[in-house]
Design a protein around this ligand. Sequence first.
Ligand code: ZN
Length: 270
Amino acid sequence: MYLLALDESGTHNEAPVLLLAGLAVHEADVRPLERALHAVVAKHLGPLGLNPHTHEVHAKDLKTPTRGRPARAGYRATRPSEWLTVDASVRLAVLGDVYAALANFEPADPAYPLRLLGAVIDRSHKRYGPVKAAEAKAYDHVLHRFDEMLRRINKAASVEQRGLVLHDRRTEHERRIQDQAAVWQRSGARLDALIQVPVFTDSRASRVIQAADLVAYALWRHYQPTTDDAYSTALWPLVDTNDRDEMSGVIHVTPKFGACPCPPCTSRTS
Ligand SMILES: [Zn+2]
């Protein structure tokens, strides 16, 4: 079994892209991956006398810890970040080291590697300007890519691998994702390798969900008008690749296709 933990970025109206991305982790690697991320936090917070268990790995918060905000129409209140009291140099060291931990992670069985999957929808694309349309497209792509990856792996697997999708319960969009899930289930789309129910879990209890946040953030920075590759460079090798050596795990839906210099687009045109 593979777990695919997903996270979204760019769900506000002015965002240049809507992005859904995460990591597909084989069941045997879930605990080791969580331990590897936890060890980074413990290494940096231990000497400061802080409890690593209460510190989530959340990329935006590590860069700029939130002071929290009260509830407002349609949005829940957020707490001040537990990282507020931690020095910026320590926070950035944690961020660098958690990305390194993902990039250097060694799976228990090389036949079942850690894989990055995602969809980046350019909002300048007329059809995908509205958030809902872009989000539906992104989910459709990511689920099909996950299914395709499992089918490829299953050709050589001794035990049939199925997939389960995990999502952070605290997303502001849980309702919309659940509605979308109902559409997938009715659509009869052939996603045979997936157990077609997204499971909502609390990111505070799951460093695998936190890893999805790291992946989404790194891609988000890459796809901004001023590209920032500080975190994405280390992650591109994790993207699932098909038999034609294309980075099939990540799709960039853009009117620029063919001329886009991003690694997934380039892998398809070269
Ligand atoms: Zn591209």
